[in-house]
Design a protein around this ligand. Sequence first.
Ligand code: GAP
Length: 506
Amino acid sequence: MANNEDLLKKIIAHAKEYGFVFQSSEIYDGLSAVYDYAQNGSELKKNIRDYWWKSMVQMHENIVGIDTAIFMHPSIWKASGHVDAFNDPMIDNKDSKKRYRADVLIEDHLAKIEGKIDKEVAKAAKRFGDSFDEKQFKETNPRVLANLEKINGIKNRLYPAMDNNDMDAIKTLIEDVGIVCPMSGSKNWTEVRQFNLMFSTKMGSTAEGANEIFLRPETAQGIFVNYLNVQKTGRMKIPFGIAQTGKAFRNEIVARQFIFRMREFEQMEMQFFVRPGEEMKWYEYWKEQRMEWHKSLGIPAEKFRFHDHDKLAHYANAAADIEFDFPMGFKELEGIHSRTDFDLSAHEEHSGKKLRYHDPELNQSYVPYVVETSIGLDRMFLAILSNSYTEEDLGEGNSRVVMKLPPVLAPYKIAVFPLTKKDGLPDKAREIMDKLKSDYMCFYEEKDAIGKRYRRHDAIGTPYCVTVDHQTLEDNTVTIRERDSMVQERISIDDISGVVRERLVG
Ligand code: GAP
């Protein structure tokens, strides 16, 4: 459902109405690009985090998890390159007063040209049917070739300009290709300026003695600076990994599209330490593993694709994104980066401390190379919401909105309802609830007609609703309703736990 801005609006409204995500500081008109997770959202977020942690840490004997501080020594950000290079080029349109990332304006322009090529290919594929040879068509069709030449021409100017911090060249490129402001339609641009994305604050009680420190823009550096502590205390042997989840902060120039690009967000990162020269093998391994992780949640494979980077970050020798088909189209969800020995070597240099590993098999000491997997928890949350949000026409004028969340991630696994508030049914329902709640997040409800209660739990994605009726009092059976099929079955109370568990084992 690409490019469906309406769908994004619906998801935002649903997330608010059903207690998933609220705008931060809403009663003060909100704080831009900062969000709060509500009662159902925080459960869903925790379940995504736990699912990641389980697959990365619990399931890998050679990966351990840590939890490092947000505040770190300011020299760390000098060593990592973030003080000098964690910049985005920004530009303002003088008519609309809107601010943009200059490189994103150019990337969007490139995407438009790529869209034209895709259209040509789709048209030709339709015309030629089974005999269509896409590769040959792209290599020979004059319109495609002209557009490819345009793309290469732009990339050949953009990337060197970005690498050399040449803001004037970026401005000239924007003017030369005729990019207009999407709001005002005008070409009345300011100069392009570099903007560092790190937030800073002061640590220390007196103004004179206070030091400027940064809020971490990635969790990875907490792993790098603890790498040797963990290796030694955990007796880790290469190859091994260190994982961590936690908050990161970036003063994004343009932060929009709900929780896709935030100024305060959470990352789930894993640094995998390997022998120099073996990094490409592990890079390919983790690309594949991470794609399998996404598919293990039951999300269709065609919703994901790899995007290999042409332009590499200052620390990488190979990088790819796993992109997800968000309502705004395919966008980055996760990054897999081969970070070489850049970070550890830089920390050796800046701290003056050796960060080498003694490899007993090779009888050699070296600075390990690192392959990183880095996913935004909030982005994963948005991917899950977008994939799960379903409007269903049930016929005869009835419809429902159902969040078809992977059951393992659902905030509540079971809702327990007494059919009525009378005849001892609530007591029986409470008894069942007490039996289940130490194993599962359960929700008890007795208000409103049963159909309304089902709809409320469809909307928050509860996979099972259990209803206690008069027959329950006679034979200890209940009806259990499955969220997606709406099929109801009569089962024994003792079997509820087993039925639910079966769905949760992915
Ligand atoms: N340690 C490597 C690193 O931070 P990144 O590509 O800048 O790499 C990794 O970020 C992931 O963090 C992204 O794929 C995205 O999911 C998430 N992310 C980055 N910036 C974000 C933002 N402003 N809001 C939400 N998620 C963000």
